[in-house]
Write a protein that binds this ligand. Structure first.
Ligand SMILES: Cc1cc2nc3c(=O)[nH]c(=O)nc-3n(C[C@H](O)[C@H](O)[C@H](O)COP(=O)(O)O)c2cc1C
Length: 352
């Protein structure tokens, strides 16, 4: 019998993936306290469920920057999918995507025509490389540009250090082929020091000058940065701590969400990733003001479980069913996000 809960996929992936790949996916920085807190924090939040509210019909569609999606869960960018399944990112061509891809942008695009796709960018010291990527993504029809802001350097992930993690030689960062001189690719498939740690808020203006795509900033955890993001003209904010893989000791994303949503006051869309493992987690994030959430590791476990897209679709289907059920049991159905936000007040009341 196959997995019935997203967590079963984790157990499967742990059992069957090569240790070095499992460790890379699971890794958090340092003591992994932020990685683990992302999950624990959901368990401390309680619903105030309401009864007798006709939950026979439920519309769980929503819109991301104007584009309708069938339910408010997307796929977070996670590098090196080929470690989980040889088809790589072609299977996950729904939700956001990345620079660190083991398939080319063109391959991903061809595999998922018509689906909502955002392109995730790290800014490289060699700005021409980043510029070309942005323009290629726009030309290929990606609908948004996600700038990951929390990785000036890579966090210290002890298992990867112990394992001497390297991309297997047959896997390449295809979008970056030919972009660098020399053969040293020891930093997660890149030459050492290729990312630009001097990036600042002004670089949002630089990106703006390169592309008409909406810019979404990923990795925001405070009201101060949320305000700066709005002031610099981004269209969306992803509250994220990179799955606890960067700064250890920062907040769980579901805890940080509240202050970001309060600061933003509806001026831009706010999304969240980190620790989403079941439908009620999705509901809690939406109730606290996220427009949509993204899953990172669970998508990789799905890919490890069943060939290509199938395993991933199973993870999404389970999450969707659980989300519907939680909505119904909490006594709300939402035709639009405002109605669901009604639940936020209930959660707050409970916490206060
Ligand atoms: C194996 C792995 C690779 C990742 N690679 C990237 C990446 O290339 N770019 C990025 O912005 N985030 C990356 N992330 C972070 C995810 O986008 C996301 O923030 C995080 O996984 C969400 O937490 P979750 O795994 O608990 O769902 C990666 C995460 C994992 C687990």
């Amino acid at each position: 019998m196959g997995p019935r809960f997203a967590l079963n996929f984790e157990a499967y992936a742990k059992k069957y993936l090569p240790k070095i790949a499992w460790d890379f996916f699971a890794a958090g920085a340092d003591d992994c306290s932020t990685r683990d807190e992302n999950i624990l924090a959901y368990k401390r939040i309680r619903f105030r469920p309401r009864m007798l509210r006709d939950v026979s019909m439920m519309d769980i569609r929503t819109k991301l920057l104007g584009t309708e999606i069938s339910f408010p869960v997307g796929i977070a960018p996670t590098g090196f999918h080929q470690l989980a399944w040889p088809d790589g990112e072609k299977s996950t061509a729904r939700g956001t995507l990345l620079t660190y891809s083991t398939c080319t942008l063109e391959e991903i695009s061809a595999a998922a025509p018509g689906s909502l796709r955002w392109f995730q960018l790290y800014i490289h010291r060699n700005r021409a490389v980043s510029q070309q990527l942005v323009q290629r993504a726009e030309a290929l029809g990606f609908q948004g540009l996600v700038l990951t802001a929390d990785l000036p350097y890579t966090g210290k992930r002890r298992d990867d250090v112990r394992n001497g993690f390297r991309l297997p030689p047959h896997m390449k960062l295809k979008n970056l082929e030919g972009a660098f001189e020399g053969d040293d690719r020891s930093e997660y498939g890149l030459p050492p020091n290729s990312l630009d740690p001097s990036v600042t808020w002004n670089d949002i203006y630089w990106l703006r000058s390169l592309t008409h795509l909406p810019i979404i900033i990923k990795g925001i955890l405070t009201k101060e940065d949320a305000e700066l993001a709005v002031r610099h003209g981004v269209q969306g904010i992803i509250v994220s701590n990179h799955g606890g893989r960067q700064l250890d000791g920062g907040p769980a994303t579901i805890d940080a969400l509240v202050e970001v949503v309060e600061a933003v006051q509806g001026r831009v869309e706010v999304y969240l990733d980190g620790g989403i493992r079941k439908g009620s987690d999705v509901l809690k994030a939406l109730a606290l003001g996220a427009k949509c959430v993204f899953i990172g590791r669970p998508a990789l476990w799905g890919l490890a479980y069943k060939q290509g897209e199938e395993g991933l679709q199973e993870v999404l289907r389970i999450l969707q069913d659980e989300f519907r059920l939680s909505m119904a049991l909490a006594g709300k159905h939402f035709q639009n996000v405002e109605l669901l936000l009604g639940i936020a007040a209930y959660v707050f009341q409970y916490l206060i």
